[in-house]
Design a protein around this ligand. Structure first.
Ligand SMILES: Cc1cc2nc3c(=O)[nH]c(=O)nc-3n(C[C@H](O)[C@H](O)[C@H](O)COP(=O)(O)O)c2cc1C
Length: 112
């Protein structure tokens, strides 16, 4: 299972948090899982304060990955973030390819 979310205030959206919390304990036992987010590059924010906050609080992918593991999932790649150009997207050039490479070489294809 692959779970992703746009980063909202350093975390995933409420809908994704709710979804993750709705998974019963050990509900992902034996399941391979991946976690990703979309995010804005700290360099693009032009705000030193925001940069510090980003360094301290991070992005959505890591907490999603932690939660999936806590529910028994087997994280088969490190959580990853993909950069958008603006708050409504689209993804920056090359990010779609980077996302494809991120899942390539894993045990399963996206369709299985
Ligand atoms: C209310 C709000 C909070 C946001 N907080 C963050 C944040 O903490 N870190 C970050 O990198 N991007 C943040 N963003 C930018 C979003 O990550 C970006 O809008 C999203 O990745 C776009 O993806 P989408 O096109 O899939 O919606 C925020 C955007 C909004 C609107």
């Amino acid at each position: 299972m692959i779970v992703g979310s746009p980063t909202r205030a350093f975390k995933s959206t409420d809908a994704i948090k709710k979804f993750l919390n709705s998974i019963p304990p050990n509900g992902l036992k034996g399941m391979d899982v991946l976690a990703f987010d979309t995010r804005i590059s700290a360099k693009d924010t032009n705000s030193k304060v925001l940069n510090v906050f980003i360094k301290v609080f991070g992005y959505a992918a890591e907490p999603i990955g932690e939660k999936l593991q806590k529910k028994g999932g087997n994280l088969i790649a490190p959580p990853e973030g993909f950069f958008v150009k603006d708050s409504e997207g689209p993804l920056k050039e090359g990010e779609l390819e980077r996302a494809a490479n991120w899942v390539k070489g894993r045990k399963y294809s996206l369709s299985s």
